[in-house]
Design a protein around this ligand. Structure first.
Ligand SMILES: NC(=O)c1ccc[n+]([C@@H]2O[C@H](COP(=O)([O-])OP(=O)(O)OC[C@H]3O[C@@H](n4cnc5c(N)ncnc54)[C@H](O)[C@@H]3O)[C@@H](O)[C@H]2O)c1
Length: 347
């Protein structure tokens, strides 16, 4: 039977690969999207708008959400958010308004509209500066940024709303990487591949030892599909989402890129102070529950996918960290041109 899925925040980095994945699934999904379009034109594809695959695309701000679009929807996938630490630091109040207040209201309205499943894109950043051992879901939460605090607040609100008729899955994603038709370069592996291609070097500002769990966007899409269709009997789940094999040290990521892209130098700052932002995550519960939907992409394929995609669009910009492929730059640029106000509403 056709399942109607509404994806809030479908026009960002994860939305396009998620759309592609769900449309190629053996299940029959009918997709609807809602987005304010901050990054709508940041396309890194020549294939046209990814949203053409949807049944309907709605434009608007989740702070003024038209609840009626949830009529007849079976599952809501909630991606819409201020989606990283640098933007959360620059727009702390807006982060609380979008990521908590408006998002909680949408979850309440979804439940009232009879939506059966709510899938929330949470983050492993809820663990903050982690202890030495890998954090499982029982590890203490230690958020160190407005972004991470917003994810915890939303999870807590969802835990209260969840019941047998409104099942909630919070996927605590590792750091994303990999090719998307709306690529971002403000993510560690994507940055390394872009830097390797544009400059022939990868410069690591730390000593390279910090641990980071990563997940490919296609594997995020697989996890979201699992959460949409899973018949778990628990009303509420908060799950680390990634793979134990994808806990990497930063220097290993850099060397993996240099092994694949010829002629790349890796420079590591041997004198750097130890970086406190190091953490490993235990993904064993996810691999136990989500059999058939756990991560499949290899690191090598992730790097080759980024290399092929960037090459296909003629990417050569050595100054890419000042470009609109970094989300914070894009939002600042909309403001400087008078299109967005300080609250990130379109003027
Ligand atoms: N990328 C990662 O590493 C990562 C890791 C863990 C979790 N997540 C979470 O996954 C989700 C999607 O991430 P992404 O990388 O695609 O982010 P993104 O910033 O690329 O996309 C977010 C989308 O939400 C939309 N949006 C933001 N505020 C909105 C508002 N007020 N009204 C309507 N639409 C709004 C934006 O226009 C954008 O299209 C986010 O919730 C993010 O926190 C991402």
């Amino acid at each position: 039977m056709t399942k109607n899925i509404l994806i809030n925040g479908n026009m960002g980095y994860i939305g396009p690969p998620l759309t592609k994945h769900l449309m190629s699934s053996k299940e029959d999904y009918c997709l609807h999207g809602f987005d304010t379009g901050y990054f709508a034109h940041c396309l890194t594809t020549k294939d046209g708008l990814p949203e053409r695959q949807l049944k309907a695309q709605y434009f608007g701000d989740i702070r003024n959400y038209p609840n009626q679009i949830m009529d007849g929807i079976d599952a809501v996938v909630h991606l819409a958010a201020i989606s990283n630490d640098p933007i959360g630091n620059a727009y702390e109040q807006v982060t609380a308004e979008i990521n908590i207040e408006a998002s909680v209201e949408i979850a309440r309205a979804a439940k009232a509209a009879g939506v059966k499943r709510f899938v929330f894109a949470s983050s492993c950043s809820v663990y903050g500066a982690g202890p030495d051992k890998a954090c499982d879901e029982k590890a203490p939460l230690n958020p160190v940024t407005a972004y991470a605090r917003s994810k915890i607040a939303m999870e807590e609100a969802l835990a209260e709303l969840a019941d047998d008729d409104f099942k909630v899955t919070c996927l605590r994603f590792a750091t994303a990487c990999g090719w998307s038709d709306r690529l971002r370069l403000d993510l560690v592996l994507n940055d390394f591949v872009a830097s390797a291609i544009a400059t022939g070097t990868i410069t690591i500002l730390s000593d390279g030892t910090p641990w980071r769990p990563l997940i490919h966007v296609d594997d995020m899409a697989r996890a979201i599909e699992w959460a949409i269709q899973s018949d778990a009997d628990t009303p509420f789940l908060a799950l680390n989402t990634g793979s134990d094999r994808w806990n990497y040290q930063i220097r290993d990521l850099a060397h993996a890129v240099a092994d694949i892209i010829p002629g790349v130098d890796v420079s590591i700052n041997q004198d750097a102070m130890p970086d406190k932002r190091t953490y490993k995550v235990d993904f064993s519960k996810f691999s136990e529950l989500a059999q058939g939907y756990t991560p499949q992409v290899s690191l090598e394929d992730a790097i080759r996918g980024l290399q092929a995609g960037l090459t296909a669009v003629g990417f050569k910009d050595a100054e890419f960290r000042a470009s609109n492929l970094m989300r914070l730059n894009m939002l600042n640029s909309h403001q400087n041109s008078g299109m967005l106000n300080k609250e990130l509403f379109w003027v």
